[in-house]
Design a protein around this ligand. Structure first.
Ligand SMILES: Nc1ncnc2c1ncn2[C@@H]1O[C@H](COP(=O)(O)OP(=O)(O)O)[C@@H](O)[C@H]1O
Ligand SMILES: [Mg+2]
Length: 291
């Protein structure tokens, strides 16, 4: 599936179109993927022939109404499930018919997965939560804690490593979950409605982390969201309807979370933060530059 050409009005911050796309191996390549859930009496056709590619360094938002097949897609892309029909190539390798164990191994090497509900272990510290995937992936025991600490640094939570999930805000819990997803150094980060349980400022903070990982560390990022505002932080959006891919567009006027955050009211202070220039505020005192 080819991407649309960016129009001349595309901001440079939207990122270049992937001009060398056809010479590179796609990270994700789906060919006629179907998924049918067999419930005995009835069969649910969750995906009805999906073909698409995602290239290294892309940042894709998967959109669509509830029930349109987004999570089913993510579970297949994340090697948590297999297609009923069609093929999935991950980094050029056909993984559609691997066994569960083989899929689990590939998943732990290449993929980080973030969920809407964070899915942290409650009686386990942030550090230990982040460390868990290193056990399954066979990182030597003496390296695990170091790797987990580095991962917490990447999401700005080094100072919360001893906290339990109940002692952290929703946004902090999601950052722990992102650190856990990063601990095995995946090249592909998948997130299914990562901001679905978060307020709007915290959601932008999470998008800031994803944008930095994508830009500074070259991670390929695919997130599910039904919020158009959140999709504006991606580089490309695909929309599903009834198990089919209906739209595939480059994001115009992409938002950069690091630029938006200073314009939002602070979460824990009653400060009215400066309003970004270009946003013509009637309040003469509220035109401070972003800091
Ligand atoms: N494990 C399952 N068993 C049976 N049906 C399922 C299962 N998971 C999802 N479905 C059905 O498949 C369709 C797509 O679901 P899903 O992929 O979760 O959509 P979305 O994430 O877009 O809301 C829905 O009709 C849903 O009810
Ligand atoms: Mg879903």
């Amino acid at each position: 599936m080819s991407m649309n050409e960016p129009s001349k009005t595309t901001q440079s911050s939207a990122g270049p179109a992937n001009t060398s796309a056809d010479t590179k191996t796609p990270t994700i390549r789906l060919e006629g993927v179907h998924k049918t859930y067999d419930l005995g009496e009835i069969q649910v056709h969750a995906l009805r022939g999906v073909s698409m590619e995602v290239y290294p360094g892309e940042f894709v938002a998967v959109m669509g109404a509830s029930g349109s097949g987004k999570s089913t897609l993510m579970n297949i892309v994340g090697c948590l499930d297999r297609p009923s029909k069609g093929r999935y190539f991950l980094d050029g390798k056909d993984v559609s018919s691997l066994t569960k164990n083989e899929l689990a191994r590939i998943r732990s090497q290449k993929i980080g997965f973030v969920f809407q509900q964070f899915n942290l272990l409650a009686r386990t510290s942030a550090l230990e939560n982040v460390e868990l995937p290193t056990i399954y992936s066979g990182v030597p025991i003496e390296e695990r804690e170091k790797r987990a600490r580095e991962s917490l640094v990447r999401v700005g939570l080094a100072d919360r490593s001893g906290h339990f999930p109940s002692q952290l805000s929703g946004g902090q819990q999601q950052r722990v979950a992102i650190a856990r997803a990063l601990v095995n150094n995946p090249s592909l980060l998948l997130a299914d409605e990562p901001t679905g349980n978060l307020d709007s400022r915290t959601s932008v903070e999470i998008m800031d982390i994803f944008q930095r990982l994508n830009k500074e560390q070259g991670l390929t990022v695919v997130i599910v969201t039904h919020e158009p505002d959140i999709a504006q932080y991606a580089k490309r959006a695909v929309e599903f309807r009834d198990g089919r891919l209906k739209k595939d567009i480059l994001i115009q006027d992409r938002l950069i979370a690091a630029e938006v955050l200073p314009t939002l009211p602070s979460a824990d202070e009653d400060l009215v933060e400066g309003i970004a220039s270009g946003n013509h505020s009637p309040n003469p005192g509220g035109n401070g530059a972003p800091h």
